[in-house]
Design a protein around this ligand. Structure first.
Ligand SMILES: [Ca+2]
Length: 215
């Protein structure tokens, strides 16, 4: 399982839980650096061995209201890659607990990249994506679950002027150290990472986009 920026080429490496994923403590989450609301990422799922296995990419509440996983093409056909074999299936679904995608492997699958899907950060806050996989031919082996931890941050143009500048910093200073921010207002949008407080992480989010022009 690899994560790329929207271009599908630039890797987004976890800041924790890496490297290397296969030798990592089982179940340790991959934690990624914050991404902006509206950012689009690409997930690529691959296999090191041939044959069928199944997998899911899922989000549960409240995370599923902050991100969206979508496959490509009618019936997800454009998400499936050649190494996935001839009859591997991929489909999106949602129930009262989960939203996401499931993949049902086929014995014709080969080592390599099996499928590619798109992820969009739709609202600020922490967003956990669960990736699990298991071998349908060996139900005695427990599923392996890997969590991907994202933090979606608001754009720091707090006054809507089209530029991140001292006026935005002043607005943030007015709310400094508040710990009672509630979504969707987020203390007037100053709580960039929607963790309920205005602190150093929010200042960093503003500094990273300092003097940036927005549309
Ligand atoms: Ca915050």
């Amino acid at each position: 399982m690899r994560v790329y920026l929207e271009d599908g080429l630039t890797p987004l490496e976890p800041v924790e839980g890496y490297p290397p994923p296969d030798c990592n403590e089982p179940g340790a989450p991959f934690v990624y650096a914050p991404v902006s609301v509206g950012a689009k990422l690409t997930f690529v799922v691959s296999s090191s061995r041939a044959g069928a296995w199944n997998s899911d990419l899922l989000m549960r509440a409240p995370y599923r209201s902050r991100g969206r996983i979508t496959c490509r093409g009618d019936g997800c056909v454009d998400s499936l890659l050649p190494a996935a074999g001839t009859r591997t299936m991929l489909y999106s679904w949602a129930d009262s607990t989960f939203s996401g995608l499931s993949q049902s492997g086929h014995r014709t699958a080969m080592p390599g990249d099996w499928y590619v899907v798109d992820f969009e950060a739709t609202a600020p806050g922490r967003c956990v994506v669960e990736f699990d996989h298991w071998d349908p031919a060996n139900s005695n082996v427990p599923w392996t679950v890997r969590e991907l931890h994202f933090t979606h941050v608001r754009l720091p143009d707090l006054d809507g002027s089209g530029c991140v500048d001292f006026k935005d910093l002043a607005l943030m200073a007015q709310q400094w150290m508040r710990t009672d921010c509630v979504e969707p207002d987020g203390c007037g949008g100053v709580d960039l990472d929607a963790d309920g407080a205005v602190g150093f992480e929010d200042v960093r989010g503003l500094a990273e986009r300092w003097l940036e022009q927005s549309d």
